[in-house]
Design a protein around this ligand. Structure first.
Ligand SMILES: Cc1cc2nc3c(=O)[nH]c(=O)nc-3n(C[C@H](O)[C@H](O)[C@H](O)COP(=O)(O)OP(=O)(O)OC[C@H]3O[C@@H](n4cnc5c(N)ncnc54)[C@H](O)[C@@H]3O)c2cc1C
Length: 372
């Protein structure tokens, strides 16, 4: 397997728990997830539950009371999700939970081991010149996937006009409450602002101590996308967030543009691609890692059910059944990113919830979809 991000580690746990001998090659010298926070929805939490990590996950994450959307600091919606599961956490924490589970299941995770390519007959090629044979090769090596590119799988990439800089900072709860005493600072709060310019702060408590903030600005806005952030600019638009913005201004960060990647096919022979290598998406619906982990799980199920000789056909069938859900999620996320539609609030209803409500552990899920 190539890549020990959320996709690769989830596949490693699910495959190892099903009796596969698993080795993950990670290019990074250290096994860790850089980056700030993440929101996971019911589809992904269901996968994590079936991997047996719910208790550990819950111990270091939180379930905010509401997802609140504001425009020009006026509340436009507060959504409690009506019993749908969702949680927020830091990325390093989620990574550590998955890494512990992968090791407990017997998977080997090797750091400082770069994959340079793969063949459809199941050979994984490493930077150090080794060639390893496997029944199944999983390319979970992110948006710049060497596995995908070595197989010559064609793709198109659609960019977005906005980008985001993400930070993990302290909660600063008392200071925030002193500024706005009536605000529930445990909520996720999506602070949109269009006038005099588009500058959005997605405020996401990750646990008791840590706050994840994502600062969105158009790529064309030089001051808005600058890192270190332009503190005067951001506090002039979002003065109620001054305590956390001050800390963000002295925290290292990087402005990222995002895009949608659509592949000709996710599988080739004995190779399957999952996660951003196969289906990177705009973060509007917060489902990129979610879909990655769901697809990692269903891949493990499909591969385990196949005989060694039938594996390539089983992978093709896995893609045929599972991909449409991810394709639709990518479309909706791209649409939200293009229109900035989440600023209208009340967005967690109707078709948009298809991905969240998908239960990848339900063996009858495709029967249900067919009879709809
Ligand atoms: C601003 C923003 C916010 C987001 N928020 C959310 C959210 O709230 N919820 C959500 O579900 N998703 C979110 N996402 C999407 C999510 O971050 C990604 O979809 C997810 O991290 C992809 O995981 P991955 O394992 O496929 O790829 P990656 O995280 O990129 O992991 C790939 C791994 O492979 C390794 N690697 C790369 N090349 C090689 C190689 N040649 N050999 C060996 N190893 C290699 C890398 O070092 C890395 O460890 C967000 C994305 C963005 C941009």
């Amino acid at each position: 397997m190539s890549g020990a991000g959320f996709a690769g580690l989830t596949a490693a746990v699910a495959l190892a728990q099903r009796g596969w001998s698993v080795r993950v090659h990670e290019r990074g010298e250290k096994l860790r997830e850089e980056g700030a926070g993440i929101v996971l929805w019911q589809n992904t939490l269901t996968v994590l539950d079936s991997l047996g990590v719910t208790d550990e996950l819950n111990a270091g994450s939180m379930r905010p009371p509401y997802y609140e959307t504001r425009m020009q600091n006026r509340i436009v919606s507060q959504e409690g999700m009506d019993g749908i599961a969702w949680r927020t956490m830091t990325r390093p924490y989620l990574h550590s939970v998955l890494l512990n589970a992968a090791r407990a299941a017997g998977a080997e995770v090797v750091a400082g081991s770069e994959v340079v390519g793969a063949t459809e007959t199941g050979t994984l090629r490493l930077r150090d010149g080794s060639e390893l044979e496997a029944d199944l090769v999983v390319g979970a090596d992110g948006v710049g996937s060497a596995v995908r590119d070595s197989l010559g799988i064609d793709y198109d990439r659609q960019g977005s006009r906005d980008g985001i800089t993400r930070f993990l900072v302290g909660r600063h709860k008392e200071e925030l409450a002193a500024i706005e005493p009536d605000t529930e600072w445990d909520n996720v709060i999506d602070f949109w602002n269009f006038e005099p310019r588009v500058l959005r702060v997605l405020y996401t408590p990750a646990n008791d101590r840590e706050l994840y903030i994502a600062l969105m600005a158009p790529a064309a806005d030089e001051d808005g996308s600058r890192v270190p952030i332009d503190l005067d600019l951001w506090t002039s638009i979002h003065p109620q967030l001054a305590p956390v913005l001050r800390e963000a201004a002295v925290t290292p960060g990087r402005y990222y543009g995002y895009s949608t990647t659509r592949l000709e096919h996710w599988t080739q022979g004995r190779v399957a691609l999952i996660g951003d290598s196969a289906h990177a998406m705009c973060p509007a619906l917060a489902q990129g890692a979610g879909c990655a982990m769901v697809n990692a799980y269903t891949l493990a199920e499909a591969a385990t059910a196949a005989s060694a000789s039938d594996l390539p056909d089983a992978l093709t069938e896995w893609e045929r059944l599972e991909r449409p859900y991810t394709d639709r999620c990518q479309e909706r996320s791209q649409d939200y990113a293009d229109t900035r539609g989440m600023s209208q609030g009340g967005q967690f209803t109707g078709d948009v919830m298809e991905t969240t409500l998908y239960d990848p552990t339900d063996p009858r899920r495709h029967d249900v979809a067919r009879t709809r």
